[in-house]
Design a protein around this ligand. Structure first.
Ligand code: FAD
Length: 469
């Protein structure tokens, strides 16, 4: 039997389930089709489990150095099994919360694989959803007025590297790691690669990172990357940039051959993590039954309202490319629903979306990098304040890092705020607020920041920017 809905969301990850709640709150009869677990990558394989593990690593490091604070702890050791158990508990608690939210908003959940049908007996337009089940249940057919596609992304592959989920793994495998390897080679120095490098190193694994591009963390401000590279190398992480993978052999361990300028070298390690980006989940979702278009990288193309070429089929989140972040997917999902119901809400650009890396040291950034500002030919100034200038950083015992503000000399607008150091991922929300309200550096410098607090770093950097002339 076909079921009618105002909205069917395909994919119950961060973008999808929050959009569904937003729609239900607006009175739409809404269903979610999810093939696995509500919460998606972010809750089960990404943001939450990795940050829970990074927290364990941070506690381990802090306890190891506790004597500096006058605390005697004796011998310390790290137990992966316990850290994983704690991580699983955090995920389970949040998963429970998401399930409750979906049922309390009376959203129908179909636990199967969603595929878009072309025009059929159910509807003259493409966009009915067939829900296919793993067992021998018959497919359900959902006939919605609007569809929201939010099927997310999966780890990209490399032809040279065959993932066997044992010696050669992806980040999806590492969240279930049972035993720490002695050593690992991470191919790909983007956000995911660097966060895992930081965690694994901090709990005692020998880590090497191979990045094909000019710098690890491609796209991040070069000053920030310089500091992070230095810090990671100082800790003992081996970083190879502008380095091309030539051969990967897996037997008892993994041997990686790479091209470094004019010579080839090899390293062997117990495992290889492949972290070379993420591809859109569009396989077998029925794109061919519609007029929807994909770009050269396989991401679904949408307009400013997140409509595909079929204007009642919207797509959001990782599957449309751009910044593949949970809060970006959430924002896009809510905007798509607002457009469906005719609500005219504010529209933000990528420049107003913060990005964080939860490595040790942390990175948090919003707006244009200095390199992007230069490429645009803007007249700009840079102000920087070191953690050394901040009382609370001394109190905490971590003055490493800095905050950099890039200002437009013509308008006094903040073009970008880039931070590296302790807890900066907690501070960037203030920069987001500033960007949202289009603050000038003068306004940012006049805000009262509590003393002593790390937030003073933003005020000090804004003050330095104000005095730039
Ligand atoms: P997803 O969360 O991937 O959800 C897609 C859902 O669709 C999945 O549940 C999937 O099972 C389902 N699905 C797919 N196809 C179908 C189908 N045909 N039928 C039914 N269901 C289907 N972002 C941050 O902002 N902060 C972080 O700290 C962060 N850390 C990360 C760490 C790692 C290791 C990784 C991999 C990612 C991280 N991300 C982080 C990125 C973040 O997880 C994603 O940007 C976010 O999950 C995207 O949300 P989404 O809704 O687009 O897709």
């Amino acid at each position: 039997m076909a079921m009618n809905y105002d909205l069917v969301v395909v994919g119950g990850g961060t973008g999808g389930y929050i959009a569904a709640i937003h729609a239900a709150q607006a009175g739409l009869k809404t269903a979610i089709v999810e093939k696995d677990k509500l919460g998606g990558t972010c809750l089960h394989k990404g943001c939450i489990p990795t940050k829970a593990l990074l927290k364990s690593a941070a506690v381990y490091q802090q306890v190891k150095h506790a004597e500096t604070y006058g605390v005697e702890t004796g011998e310390t050791s790290f137990h992966l099994e316990t850290a994983m158990k704690r991580k699983n508990q955090v995920v389970a608690t949040l998963y429970n919360g998401v399930q409750q939210l979906i049922s309390s908003h009376k959203i129908d959940l179909y636990n199967g694989y969603g595929r878009i049908l072309g025009p059929s007996i159910f509807s003259p337009m493409a966009g009915s959803i067939s829900v296919e089940y793993e067992d021998d249940r018959e497919n359900d057919i959902l006939v919605p007025k609007n569809v929201l596609l939010a099927t997310g992304s999966s780890p990209s592959s490399l032809s040279l590297v065959e993932v066997d989920h044992h010696l050669i793994v992806t980040s999806d495998d590492l969240v279930h790691l049972e035993q720490l390897p002695e050593s690992i080679v991470i191919v790909g120095g983007g956000v995911i690669g660097i966060e895992w490098a930081s965690f694994l190193h901090d709990v005692g694994v020998e880590v090497s990172v191979i990045e094909a591009q000019e710098q690890i963390l491609p796209g991040f401000d070069q000053d920030i990357v310089k500091q992070v590279r230095q810090d990671l190398q100082k800790k003992g992480i081996h970083i190879y940039e502008q380095t091309l993978l030539k051969k990967v052999e897996a037997d008892q361990d993994v041997t990686v051959t790479y091209q470094l300028t004019d010579k080839q070298e090899s390293i062997s390690a117990d495992k290889l993590l492949l972290a070379v980006g993420r591809k859109a989940n569009t396989h077998k979702i029925g794109v061919e039954n519609t007029d929807m278009e994909m770009d050269a990288h396989g991401f679904i193309q949408v307009n400013n309202h997140f409509q595909t070429k079929e204007d009642h089929i919207y797509a959001i989140g990782d599957m449309i490319g751009g910044k593949q972040l949970a809060h970006v997917a959430t924002y896009e999902g809510k905007k798509a629903v607002d457009h469906m119901i005719g609500v005219n809400s504010s529209s933000l650009t990528e420049q107003e979306m913060p990005s964080c890396v939860y490595s040790n040291p942390e990175i948090a950034t919003i707006g244009l990098t200095e390199q992007a500002v230069q490429a645009k030919g803007l007249d700009y100034s840079v102000a920087k304040v070191s953690g050394l200038a901040i009382g609370k950083a001394h109190v905490n015992g971590n003055t490493n890092g800095f905050t950099k503000i890039i200002t437009d000399n013509k308008t006094n607008d903040v073009l970008g705020i880039h931070m590296v150091g302790d807890q900066v991922t907690e501070l960037i929300g203030q920069a987001s607020t500033a960007k949202y309200f289009d603050s000038s550096v003068l306004e940012l410098s006049e805000v009262i920041y509590p003393h002593p607090s790390l937030s003073e770093m933003i005020g000090e950097a804004a003050l330095a920017a104000e005095r730039r002339n």
